[in-house]
Design a protein around this ligand. Structure first.
Ligand code: HEC
Length: 320
């Protein structure tokens, strides 16, 4: 973890919350691990592996890494796979993980996966922060720069984005966001609320479910105007066509959240858990891409494990 500068607290559930009470050595054939190593494995797994293998290790892009499979492969084979990767799409980790970390990781994935906690609307409201009230937003750009030619660049491992002036190639700001930002979306032209300033406000989703709103008209230290965490593992964000709402999709917990686009106050949580196209119940039902539909007051929401696309009408939040 040599390059990773952010700490457990930035990671939400990776945080000791679920530590105690979980059997560290649930399966007889799994190698033993100290509780400290188990915690380390949990954090590394979340940062490096969960995106492809699923938070509950049931498999996604990558195969299932549940103990019933991993114990069969065994420590040596697991270390090899993690070190060198495979031709089938598993990447090699010898460039970012030490031998000791790879060995720890191989042990960790033979343990019973810990169940991460849920996240309620009340908890999201607690974690909601407004740094600049909408009434205090500047009415014109506060810096002399050509903000229409700004670049927003993901600084993955430090959990920031950089704002770069495309005219001068200078870095205007580094803004703390969520970890490993996955998607940034701007309010677009057809958004009536921002018809005069499209591209000014940006909504950013970190993989740790942290959503951040950025105002390109503000001075660098005031650009981050609001933030809220809506999941522990997440990917996408979209603005509604009328500019009133933002939607954030969660991998874990499996839900999507609708927020007030002005303040980022969370308004509604909708579970994505349900029955897939095969008729099986899915608990880890990840919400992947979310997009605004320009011709209707709705978003398209892709439900990975359900095998479904949902069209979510936001014109009446009580009856989506
Ligand atoms: C970019 C996506 C991706 C990431 C990130 C990733 N994997 Fe994989 N992994 C895969 C894919 C795809 C496979 C299936 C490869 C194949 O069939 O050859 C796989 C296979 C594996 C296997 C072999 C499973 C089996 O039954 O053969 C192990 C073990 C594994 N990954 C562990 C890990 C660990 C540990 C991490 C984190 C350090 C990780 N993977 C991160 C995509 C990923």
């Amino acid at each position: 973890m040599k390059k990773t500068t952010f700490t457990l607290s930035a990671l939400g559930f990776a945080l000791g919350v679920v530590t105690s009470g979980f059997a560290v050595n649930a399966t007889a054939a799994a190698p033993t691990m100290s509780e400290a190593d188990f915690e380390k494995g949990k954090t590394m797994y979340f940062q490096r592996c969960a995106g492809c293998h699923g938070t509950l290790r049931k498999g996604a892009t990558g195969k299932s890494l549940e103990p019933k499979n991993t114990i069969k492969l065994g420590q040596t084979r697991l270390e090899k796979i993690i070190t060198y990767g495979t031709e089938g799409g598993m990447n090699n980790f010898d460039d970012i993980m030490s031998k000791a970390e790879i060995s720890l990781m191989a042990k960790y994935i033979q343990q019973e996966p810990p169940i991460p906690p849920e996240m309620s609307l009340a908890l999201m409201k607690e974690r909601h922060k407004v740094y600049v009230e909408p009434k205090d937003y500047p009415t014109k750009p506060m810096h002399g720069r050509n903000w229409k030619n700004f670049f927003l660049v993901i600084e993955r491992d430090v959990g920031k984005i950089a704002i770069i002036d495309g005219d001068t190639k200078e870095i205007v700001a580094h803004i703390p966001t969520g970890y490993a930002v996955h998607v940034l979306k701007a309010v677009e032209h057809h958004n009536t609320l921002h018809a005069k300033d499209p591209g000014r406000f940006w909504y950013i989703m970190g993989r740790d479910g942290m959503m951040t709103k950025v105002d390109l008209w503000a001075m660098p230290d005031k650009m981050k105007v609001a933030q809220v965490q809506v999941a522990y593992d997440a990917r996408d964000v979209a603005v509604s066509g009328d500019g009133k709402y933002v939607i954030g999709g969660g991998y874990w917990p499996s839900h999507f959240v609708i927020l007030d686009a002005k303040t980022m106050a969370p308004l509604k949580v909708v579970s994505a858990r349900g029955v897939n196209v095969e008729g099986e119940y899915v608990n880890e039902s990840r919400v992947a891409a979310v997009y605004d539909t320009p011709m209707a007051p709705s978003w398209l929401v892709s439900m990975k494990e359900l095998g479904q696309m949902w069209q979510v009408d936001y014109s009446d939040l009580d009856n989506l």
